[in-house]
Design a protein around this ligand. Structure first.
Ligand SMILES: Nc1ncnc2c1ncn2[C@@H]1O[C@H](COP(=O)(O)OP(=O)(O)OP(=O)(O)O)[C@@H](O)[C@H]1O
Length: 429
């Protein structure tokens, strides 16, 4: 699991996690989802159930509330319902501040804020076990002095169990590096402030490598393409959500402004505006939803740009609604939210959630995977820290300089002090 600075405090809600995979001996007998949905071009659906043995995540009536600083509260997420299935990629999109990261955090069980509603894993309220899920945060927290290979290999040693040999861990690290297309940069330093290293896109991929070493069934990605140009974004996203990588995995990603090529990689889309659902459903049907409600995407415009422009109320600009004339943004958003709540997409989402939850009977809790023992973790961290410090000359020499200065300052106090009481009193005065 990704490093997390906080843990959930949701004891009063129905929310719970667990790791679960569908028991293999019941796989053949599982009923297909009976919901008629637009088939996804990317998913590997078999009789309505896209992938087997994976993690189905559903959330219903999810609210997240924070204090508004004036003794009251403010809802960041309002009554969200949705699902994510194995072998599929769910993209969470919306204007800045609409609640994308909050939704991801809530689903991943990393939220401190008050939340209510139900989040179920394979139809059950359960806790995701170690190694079942991973969370790639928006910021890359990598040691800049290590090479790509070292960063991934040290992580493999920390995360993978002692029952795996060093060679097996190395192989897993190499395979993951290859999977993310980083084999040519394996010996290049990550680099950072003042030291040139790999590119921003490669850094994002290293961060992802580190998180997927345990082969998590559920992957959360927070803005995996932030700071990348459109070509790099496509390259990164096509690696992450490509057919080989997504197989059996449930991937949920928040994303700001995908190009049309990147957008085409998504199966489902959750479009948020001020914490409310504007649209949830097949990504390729979103255009039709906007057109049907009077906001067609202009020719040659990227659909995702059009969606975001239409529902972004940070900048006052009236929007043309078909023949209905221009409408203020607030009104446009309300029209779309109301239209979604009365659409077939909304009914399909509810039906899918119900169907997924119905299948819970045959889903066993997955055992928590092992990681390196405490002693091994201490040894690996010490070694990694030593490598890091010895390579970071500025940090190393600056510390050495400070220590020498402090020693000198303290030494002068005792220099030529003598051994008698009077000499100590003289120095004291
Ligand atoms: N702990 C908190 N306390 C108060 N407000 C919060 C808290 N967490 C999030 N918010 C607010 O909730 C809203 C949604 O935040 P969030 O980070 O989820 O948005 P986002 O869609 O991910 O934004 P961006 O795309 O810019 O990263 C923002 O207005 C933010 O200020």
């Amino acid at each position: 699991m990704a490093s997390s600075s906080f843990r959930p405090s949701v004891s009063d809600s129905e929310i719970g996690y667990g790791s679960a995979s569908l028991q293999s001996h019941r796989r053949e007998t599982r009923k297909p989802l009976e919901v008629e949905s637009v088939p996804s071009p990317n998913s590997r659906e078999v009789g309505g159930v896209s992938e087997e043995g994976g993690v189905y995540l559903t959330w219903e009536n999810l609210w997240v509330t924070v204090s508004n600083g004036k003794g009251g509260s403010r809802s960041i997420l309002q009554d969200l319902t949705g699902y994510a299935r194995p072998g599929e990629v769910l993209a969470i999109m919306g204007p800045s501040g609409c609640g994308k990261s909050t939704l991801l955090d809530a689903l991943a069980g990393r939220l401190e804020a008050n939340q209510s509603g139900s989040i179920l894993v394979n139809g059950r309220k359960q806790t995701l076990a170690y190694g079942t899920s991973a969370y790639v945060t928006q910021d890359d927290t990598l040691l800049t002095t290590l090479t790509v290979g070292e960063a991934v290999y040290y992580s493999a040693q920390l995360q993978l169990p002692d029952s795996m040999s060093k060679q097996e861990k190395k192989e897993r690290a190499d395979m993951t590096i290859k999977e993310m297309g980083l084999q040519d940069s394996i010996n290049t330093r990550i680099g950072g402030w003042g030291v040139k290293g790999i590119s921003g896109g490669q850094k994002r991929r290293v961060s992802i490598c580190v998180e997927i070493l345990t082969h998590p069934k559920l992957l959360f990605l927070d803005e995996p393409t932030s700071g990348l140009d459109s070509a790099a974004s496509y390259y990164v996203m096509s690696r992450i959500v490509g057919p080989d990588f997504r197989h059996g995995r449930t991937i949920i990603t928040s994303i700001h402004q995908p190009s049309s090529e990147v957008f085409a990689l998504f199966d489902n889309l959750c479009l948020l505006s001020s914490g409310r659902t504007v649209y949830f459903g097949p990504a390729r049907a979103a255009n039709e939803f906007f057109s049907r409600n009077g906001f067609p995407c202009p020719t040659l415009q990227n659909p995702s740009d059009h969606f975001l422009k239409t529902i972004n109320k940070d900048f006052e600009e009236d929007i043309e609604q078909g023949l209905g004339g221009k409408k203020p943004k607030e009104e446009v958003i309300d029209i779309l939210i109301t239209a979604y709540k009365s659409s077939g997409s909304w009914q399909q989402v509810q039906a899918q959630v119900t169907e997924i939850c119905k299948q819970e009977g045959d889903q066993a809790l997955q055992k928590s995977r092992d990681h390196a023992s405490f002693v091994n973790q201490c040894l690996i961290l010490t070694k990694r820290s030593y490598v890091n410090m010895s390579r970071d000359l500025g940090y190393y020499w600056m510390r050495l300089g400070v220590y020498i200065m402090v020693s000198f300052a303290l030494g002068t106090i005792f220099y030529d002090l003598g051994f008698s009481n009077s000499s100590i009193q003289v120095r004291d005065s």
